[in-house]
Design a binder for this molecule. Structure first.
Ligand code: GLU
Length: 279
C-alpha cells in the first residue's frame, strides 16, 4: 500500500475528569466524520494519567455518551493509565540525553519567576538545573521536583527549531516550541505529563490526523518538538473552533449544565443533537 492509500486514523482523546458536554460531542463527531469520509479509522483514547482528577464514573460515562451519540470506535480502547511504562521510557530517554532538568520550584515560585522576567520576555518559565551539590542536598532532603524539558538543550540537540513544521488544515505552520517554555514532563504525583503521553500514544496508535479543539493549538507546538526529540512521526492537525453557548462563553466541564447526559435526560435525541452540531 502506498502512503497515499494509507487510510487516515483519527482519535478522540477525552480525559475522564467530568461529564462530556456539547463541545466534546462536536469534537468527537468532527474526528469521526473525518475518518468516515476518508474510509479511515476512528479511535477512542482515555487520557487518565492524572489519577488525582480522573474518576471511574466519568470514564464509564464517556463510553455511554459516545455510544448514545451514535459513534463507533475500535476496541480495545487505549487507557493511558495502563501504559505508564511507555511514557516513563520516553521520559527516561529524554533525561538520559540531557534534555531535561529537575525543577524544585513550587508553582508559586514558578509564577514569581515568570513575573520578574525582563520586560518583553515570553510569559512562560525557562529555568536550569541546580548546581550538582545543591541538587543532591535537596534530593537527600526528599524535596519534590518536576522534570522539565530544557528548551535550550533541545535547541542545541536539534540544531535549532527551524525544521519543525506541522500541517494545520492543510497549511504548513512553523512550530514555535518556545510558546510553552520549559514544560513539565513529569512530576511526583502524576508521573508523566500530558504532552509526553499524547505524542507517545499518537505515534504508537498510528494516528495520522489529530482533530481537536483550538484550545490545544499551542500544545501542538510543544508536541511537535517532543516528536522531533523522540524521533516520532508528526500527524496532520486540524484544530476546530470551540463551540460557544447561548451566552457566548465556551463550553467547559466546570459548567455543570448541559452535559450530554443532561441533554439526554431532558429528552433530546442523538439525531437532534447531531443536527444542531451540523452533522
Ligand atoms: N485529553 C485532552 C483533553 O481532554 C485532549 C488531548 C488531545 O486531544 O490531544 O483535553
Amino acid at each position: 500500500m502506498t502512503a497515499a492509500e494509507t487510510p487516515i486514523v483519527t482519535r478522540f482523546a477525552p480525559s475522564p475528569t467530568g461529564y462530556l458536554h456539547r463541545g466534546h460531542a462536536f469534537s468527537a463527531l468532527t474526528g469521526f466524520a473525518a475518518a468516515q469520509t476518508a474510509s479511515g479509522r476512528f479511535l477512542l483514547r482515555v487520557e487518565d494519567i492524572d489519577s488525582t482528577r480522573c474518576r471511574p464514573q466519568y470514564e464509564a460515562a464517556i463510553y455511554e455518551d459516545l455510544a448514545w451519540l451514535g459513534l463507533e470506535w475500535e476496541r480495545p480502547v487505549r487507557r493511558q493509565s495502563d501504559h505508564m511504562g511507555d511514557y516513563g521510557a520516553a521520559l527516561a530517554q529524554l533525561c538520559e540525553r540531557g534534555l531535561t532538568y529537575r525543577c524544585f520550584r513550587t508553582r508559586r515560585e514558578v509564577a514569581e519567576a515568570i513575573e520578574s522576567a525582563p520586560h518583553g520576555a515570553l510569559e512562560v518559565f525557562r529555568g536550569e538545573a541546580l548546581a550538582p551539590d545543591e541538587e543532591q542536598r535537596r534530593l537527600a532532603a526528599g524535596e519534590p521536583y518536576a522534570w522539565r524539558l530544557s528548551l535550550g538543550a533541545a535547541e542545541r540537540a536539534l540544531g535549532g527549531f527551524s525544521g519543525l513544521a506541522f500541517e494545520e488544515h492543510g497549511e504548513v505552520i512553523m512550530a514555535r516550541p518556545d510558546v510553552g517554555g520549559d514544560v513539565v514532563l513529569g512530576r511526583k504525583e502524576v508521573g508523566v505529563a500530558y504532552h509526553l503521553a499524547v505524542v507517545v500514544d499518537d505515534a504508537l496508535q498510528g494516528v495520522s490526523a489529530v482533530v481537536r479543539g483550538q484550545d490545544l493549538f499551542e500544545a501542538t507546538h510543544v508536541q511537535r518538538l517532543l516528536q522531533a526529540l523522540l524521533g516520532l512521526p508528526t500527524p496532520a492537525y486540524r484544530h476546530h473552533p470551540l463551540l460557544a453557548g447561548a451566552d457566548g462563553k465556551r463550553f467547559a466541564k466546570r459548567d455543570r449544565a448541559e452535559t450530554l447526559r443532561d441533554l439526554r435526560e431532558q429528552g433530546m435525541t442523538p439525531a437532534a443533537l447531531r443536527a444542531e452540531l451540523g452533522f
